[in-house]
Design a protein around this ligand. Structure first.
Ligand SMILES: [Zn+2]
Length: 155
């Protein structure tokens, strides 16, 4: 990943001061760590992606809007902030092929469980089928997560 730009460094400082105003307990609700991780990727893609470029001022505004009302942030504003964060994540996911940590694992455990149920039904022994399915899902999920990590695709 390239070095962060000045935009990101400034955003990091803005997050630190927002955290201070909101207080450590309530700060957890705003997932600032995730916000910064998303920002880091937006920063990375901004030179080549017009959407990421427009996300930079949007993220600045998200923080600025909250700072105005902190520490008493209205619930609808909080929801809007979290919703916008989800929008940013889905852009990174769809356009840039990034995923959250553990996402492959969750997916493959679900697939493994379904396979295990099917296998258990086939051999008429769910007590054997399900653990086998889970083990396959676990191993595959691990491999997929490790590969995504190696390719730098984990947010
Ligand atoms: Zn982009």
């Amino acid at each position: 990943m390239p070095e962060p730009t000045e935009w990101y460094s400034n955003l990091e400082k803005a997050v630190a001061s927002a955290k201070e105003r909101i207080g450590p307990a309530d700060s957890r609700d705003y997932h600032f760590d995730r916000f910064l991780k998303l920002a880091r990727r937006v920063d990375e893609f901004a030179p080549t992606c017009s959407r990421c470029k427009t996300l930079q001022p949007e993220m600045d505004k998200m923080l600025a809007d909250m700072s105005v009302n902190a520490p008493q942030i209205p619930i609808n504003q909080k929801r809007a902030y979290l919703g916008r964060m989800e929008t940013i994540y889905s852009h990174l996911k769809k356009t840039h092929g990034l995923i959250s940590e553990g996402q492959n694992m969750g997916l493959w455990l679900a697939i493994g469980t379904a396979m295990g149920v099917a296998l258990g039904a086939a051999i008429q022994n769910p007590l054997i089928g399900i653990p086998i399915g889970l083990a396959v899902g676990f191993v595959t999920g691990n491999v997929m997560d490790a590969r995504a990590k190696k390719e730098g695709k984990i947010i």
